[in-house]
Design a protein around this ligand. Structure first.
Ligand SMILES: Nc1ncnc2c1ncn2[C@@H]1O[C@H](COP(=O)(O)OP(=O)(O)OP(=O)(O)O)[C@@H](O)[C@H]1O
Length: 204
């Protein structure tokens, strides 16, 4: 489903990614690991089409990734960097809006995802009133209310408590079982061991 070939990225004179190759199939997960500054976020941003490689290419189903292509936007769900929320929309309104915008078929999904992520009690709160962990849960929830075939997650374990991390591992295994591909950058060896079929080590 996802192919990365010879991807390199420089910032100024600094080569951050050097001829990275990766194949990720439907129903599989690859974890991108490596120390701070090794290029994990940069790689995920190139896959999302938010940044462009200086060399090499990223293909989804054989098509070069272009984030303005509706086929790419409908296939790729992700949490990269800090997520911006609409300040005047409640938790449940965010999820319903996203589901609606992506033509999600089942209106019950937002409620199920709220329950799964422990956000039911916060459903009517505005993002500014959430804790940092709850905001992270809302960002993750946004991925699961919409259709998706490839999940891109940059350190999804960040700010999650122990129960949240366990839920995340179970959820990502369920995503794989549903035939979705998962590319995650992570510093959590427990999550990586629980979810990933392969690891791509950067900065070595
Ligand atoms: N827009 C940019 N301009 C200049 N340098 C950048 C830019 N984006 C990233 N870098 C540099 O590229 C390197 C890799 O950054 P990146 O965020 O991809 O690392 P990372 O592996 O995700 O790190 P962390 O584990 O800390 O999240 C760093 O040295 C960073 O300073």
């Amino acid at each position: 489903m996802l192919e990365i070939r010879g991807l390199s990225r420089w910032f100024g004179g600094h080569r951050v990614l050097s001829t990275v190759d990766l194949d990720l199939a439907a129903g599989a997960a690859t974890a991108v690991v490596g120390p701070n500054g090794s290029g994990k976020t940069t790689l995920l941003r190139c896959v999302a089409g938010l940044d462009r490689p200086d060399e090499g290419e990223v293909r989804l189903d054989g098509l070069v990734i272009d984030e303005t292509d509706p086929r790419v936007r409908s296939a790729v769900a992700g949490v990269l960097d800090d997520v911006d929320f609409f300040p005047d929309l409640s938790v449940v309104e965010h999820l319903e809006l996203l589901a609606y915008a992506h033509g999600a078929p089942d209106p019950a999904t937002a409620g199920e995802v709220l329950d799964a992520l422990g956000l039911r009690a916060a459903r009517d709160q505005l993002p500014a009133t959430l804790s940092s962990g709850q905001r992270r849960r809302l960002a993750l929830a946004s991925c699961f209310v919409r259709p998706r075939r490839l999940l891109l997650l940059d350190e999804p374990e960040q700010r999650l408590d122990t129960a949240g991390r366990a839920w995340l591992a179970d959820r990502l295994r369920a995503e794989k079982a549903a035939g979705h591909a998962v590319l995650l950058a992570s510093h959590d060896p427990v999550l990586v061991a629980a979810v990933a079929d392969d690891t791509l080590a950067l900065g070595e």
